[in-house]
Design a protein around this ligand. Sequence first.
Ligand code: NAP
Length: 306
Amino acid sequence: MTQPYKKVALIGLGLIASSMFWAMKRGSVAETVSGYARSPESRETARRIGLCDEVCESAAEAVKDADLIVLAVPVGAMGAVAKEIEPHLKAGATVTDVGSVKETVIEAVGPHIPDGVHFVPAHPMAGTEHSGPESGFATLFDNRWCLIVPAEGSEDEAVVRLESYWQELGANTERMEVAHHDLVCAVVSHVPHLIAYTMVGVADDLRRVSDQEVIKFSAAGFRDFTRIAASDPTMWRDVFLTNKQATIEILGRFTEELMALQRAIRTGDGEQLHAYFTHTRAIRRGILDAGQDTDAPDFGRAKVDR
Ligand code: NAP
């Protein structure tokens, strides 16, 4: 194991930051990890469970002497946090983030990066529906992808160092251009979440009519939607407010496909439905073959290791 950074500061101590901490500890990836969360409750929880070597009372204190600073707060809060730590960053340090949207984060954080400090945005493509300091676990990033999205002016040496850091946490890394990142994430993550939220909302309406049936028979597909729809409301509100353009574009395409399927059902076009579902089944097989999910009924998510 190598240590790309000696001291790492985690700003925000939720699912992603706490998983990064346990993964760093597992592999001795950093010498010291400091952390800061906005609420006293989260800081207290972090101290109780041993999350971070040092839990600080301010973001400014946490970033002192840090070689890597990770912004792990909701996308809409990134700019304000960057502004707060700006005067306290060490020369030569790297600031990164884990936000699910990149263009807006780069716009919000970029102006607060002082000369002599590197900024390399990133996005680990791993998560669960849980949030908060107690939700993290060391294996979250194992064999998952972390997209590295260099901003204008990100120096190559700083980018390579962040890549090796994520690899030490267990992830595979790939560089991606900013607008492409936001479009890809709209397809593979953001719109699927919106659809899950909608489906659960629709079923809840129905529940008023059919009493407990929706819950009772939920194993039939709906259960997986409810897991996704339990994701953190603040995080997802910010994702849709900041990845507006790509989300709307993909939603438009989704609506067109849905209409085509609706028409096939109405006209009894079984051939079209069968061909469509055969194609989507092949996509699922591809995900399993790439080792990005498991075929277990619970998708292998029941077991959580710290
Ligand atoms: P989380 O578990 O909800 O934790 C969020 C952290 O941010 C908490 O420490 C919270 O502090 C703090 N925070 C919330 N609002 C804040 C504000 N206005 N100012 C300062 N701090 C604030 O979230 P997470 O799942 O770790 O997500 C963190 C980031 O990772 C987000 O940008 C998200 O888009 C991205 N991401 C998430 C996933 C996922 O699946 N969850 C995957 C990849 C990337 P308190 O605890 O004190 O409230």
